[in-house]
Design a protein. Structure first.
Length: 474
């Protein structure tokens, strides 16, 4: 009997990058035929396309279990492993694809170069580039070549990257090259040139962002927290072993994760998309933000189950606590109070101008974090978080600790003792040496966390003082 699963239709949507539509069809297909490997592989592709790596990870495992195989499957499996910090597994699948010389060799070479860079394996990256190959003749190889060149001639690498950022290459390629050059320009003390290039890259590769919608949602939550009772309450049994960060990106979130991940009882799970999925689930039920308490308990329990299952799958074996370095928790605190009661939040705050400088000079996703494209929009979002997060944590009774980045750098022991006590764990000296953490870091802080705790980034904004007006005084 022929399959009723519309694989051709789903693949057509994937080719058009209509990932949302493809996910809906693929989910229906896997429910209709749970053993259909092609349906599970399509769901993995679509989910990976929108950054839902936990879903993609589970889906491709199901696809392979039911017989999916071949270079396409190996390549996607490697990309998902890389995004989840499983560098060795990713390398183990990519190297055979590169060596095969087949149709996936070039794509696999680019992916291999990225994994080696993120894992800090610079000598292996240099060897890959030195080995040559057709992939190096493609314009987008400039990134890998420049990353090797920067160790011997950083200015030449900068020129290569900036030229690519200002070229007619694809927007993603220009964006990555541009911000790589911005980072090197900043390190070289060429601050005006770095700022001008970042401004150009934001303007030429941005995709638009609903800033008014984000700020309006935050204001609505503040109104509810100040003026109305009963709109939010726990809807599920209390959770144990869940902790997460609350704060702005580039405020020290990766440092906290790397420190805690050194504790044998804590497993960092990276920027897990589970909180966003909980929020999206509540929105889909028409309950956000003012009717959170009316969410059906069965739906709340299902959202909790999916979150805990995903977090547990990413947590290091033997660890008792999952530490979620999500960048979205501050926007969904009522959802956390309702669906994950018992979760511990670590709220971190850093000098707003240092945070803004780092955000503006970094390559965040132009859609999900489009507000990082100007200092003015960054200022408005930081102000919204600083009004909303403390009020929500206090009013909703969420267990939390407040951390000031600069104070934590000056007294890491005192802060870790306090945080670990909140988590019900003893102090462990290893948390004071995050630079010894061998776990691959995929965030924008992946190079900084290889260094011991230091004050080097404190006051960084003064290099860009020309860009900050009096409105930042507040």
């Amino acid at each position: 009997m022929p399959s009723a699963v519309p694989i051709a239709q789903i693949n057509e949507l994937l080719e058009k990058r209509a990932f949302g539509q493809a996910i809906l069809l693929a989910e229906s297909a896997t429910k209709a035929e749970p053993r259909n490997a092609a349906a599970w592989f399509a769901l993995a592709r679509a989910s990976f396309g929108v950054g839902r790596c936990a879903v993609a990870d589970a889906a491709i495992d199901r696809a392979m279990k039911h017989g999916a195989s071949g270079p396409d499957v190996d390549f996607l499996r490697a990309l998902i492993d890389h995004r989840l910090g499983r560098s060795e597994r990713a390398l183990g699948r990519l190297r055979p694809l590169v060596n095969s010389g087949g149709p996936h060799a070039a794509q696999a070479s680019f992916a291999l170069a990225e994994v080696l860079h993120r894992a800090g394996r610079s000598e292996e990256l240099a060897a890959l580039v030195a080995a040559g190959g057709p992939w190096l003749s493609e314009p987008r190889s400039v990134l890998a070549r420049a990353r090797v060149l920067k160790s011997t001639d950083p200015m030449a690498a900068i020129d290569m990257l900036e030229a690519n950022a200002r070229s007619s290459a694809q927007p993603h390629e220009r964006r990555v090259s541009g911000f790589e050059a911005v980072r090197l320009l900043d390190a070289a003390g060429l601050y005006r040139r770095a700022f001008d290039l970042a401004t150009h890259v934001h303007a030429s590769t941005g995709t638009g962002f609903d800033l008014a919608g984000l700020l309006g949602d935050a204001r609505k939550q503040v109104e509810l927290l100040k003026g109305r009772e009963g709109w939010c309450k726990p809807l599920t049994p209390a959770t144990r072993g869940v902790a997460m960060v609350v704060g702005m990106p580039r405020s020290g979130t990766t440092l906290i994760e790397q420190m805690l991940d050194r504790h044998p009882a804590v497993g960092g799970i990276g920027e897990y998309e589970g909180i966003q999925a909980i929020g999206d689930g509540i929105v889909a039920e028409g309950c956000w933000p003012d009717r959170v308490a009316s969410l059906a308990p069965t739906k709340a329990r299902e959202l909790q189950r999916v979150y805990l299952q995903g977090a547990g799958s990413f947590r290091r074996p033997g660890a008792k606590v999952s530490f979620d370095k999500t960048l979205h928790a501050w926007r969904w605190l009522p959802a956390i109070a309702a669906v994950l009661p018992g979760a511990v939040c670590l709220r971190i705050e850093r000098d707003a101008r240092d945070t803004a400088t780092s955000l503006f000079l970094s390559n965040f996703h132009p859609q999900a974090f489009g507000w990082t494209g100007s200092l003015d929009s960054i200022r408005q979002v930081i102000a919204a978080e600083r009004e909303l997060a403390p009020l929500a944590l206090r009013t909703l009774g969420i267990a939390h600790e407040d951390i000031r980045y600069e104070a934590m750098v000056d007294d890491p022991r005192g802060h870790m003792e306090r945080v670990l006590a909140r988590l019900g764990l003893p102090m462990d000296e290893r948390v004071l040496a995050p630079q010894d953490n061998a776990r691959t870091v995929l965030t924008l802080s992946h190079e900084q966390v290889r260094k011991s705790i230091n004050r080097n980034s404190i006051g960084r904004w003064r290099n860009y003082e020309f860009a900050f007006g009096p409105e930042w005084g507040a």
